[in-house]
Design a protein around this ligand. Structure first.
Ligand code: IMP
Ligand code: MG
Length: 174
């Protein structure tokens, strides 16, 4: 089956919005250092672009998680595949995600991070699909709310492909 990607958000639209959100974060964290946590692999492209737009001091760390459950439905129980390098104690933590879908993975992850006694924890996501939410998650910064479509690009994959697209698109099958 042939597939192609239809553009949903252009590179210019995404870049402009990341610049806005970066400005907002810089204001909100004035006088502080923000500790960005990238959830691999999807959050990596977004985090790099966002970090460049933040003007307060920034430190970075990475983690990789996989959720137990079937291929199509995350159980919300998260296994840490790669843990953070640094402790979170007394840090102002900002978790950077590619997309909030059901919210299962993220709500579990946030609770786990709060146990490490950071000074604060906030969440920033590139995309949000509110129609799909099953578990409530407080999202502090959202670049775009999108409809319930499967999207790729800017870090998001379909079977590990398309992460490198500089825009966000919808996979369509002919
Ligand atoms: P959930 O919020 O626990 O359902 O899981 C969210 C995760 O599912 C995200 O971090 C993505 O890795 C993946 N995901 C959800 N929707 C999409 C999509 O439209 N495209 C690509 N990956 C997605
Ligand atoms: Mg993800």
């Amino acid at each position: 089956m042939a597939e192609h990607v239809r553009v949903l958000l252009t590179e210019e639209e995404v870049d402009r919005r990341i610049q806005e959100i970066g400005g907002q974060i810089s204001k909100d964290y004035e006088g502080k250092q923000v500790h960005l946590i990238c959830v691999l692999k999807g959050g990596s492209f977004f985090m790099c672009e966002l970090a460049k737009r933040i003007t307060v001091p920034v430190s970075l760390d990475f983690m990789s998680v996989s959720s137990y459950g079937s291929a199509t439905k995350s159980s919300g129980v998260v296994r840490i595949v790669k843990d953070l390098d640094e402790p979170l104690k007394d840090k102002d933590v900002l978790v950077v995600e590619d997309i909030v879908d059901s919210g299962r993975t993220l709500s579990y992850l946030l609770e786990m991070l709060k146990d490490r006694e950071p000074k604060s924890v906030k969440l920033c996501t590139l995309l949000d699909k509110p129609e799909r939410r099953v578990v409530d998650v407080d999202v502090d910064y959202t670049c775009f709310q999108i409809p319930d479509e499967f999207v790729v690009g800017y870090g998001l994959d379909y079977d590990q492909r398309y992460r490198n697209l500089p825009y966000i698109g919808i996979v369509e099958f002919d």
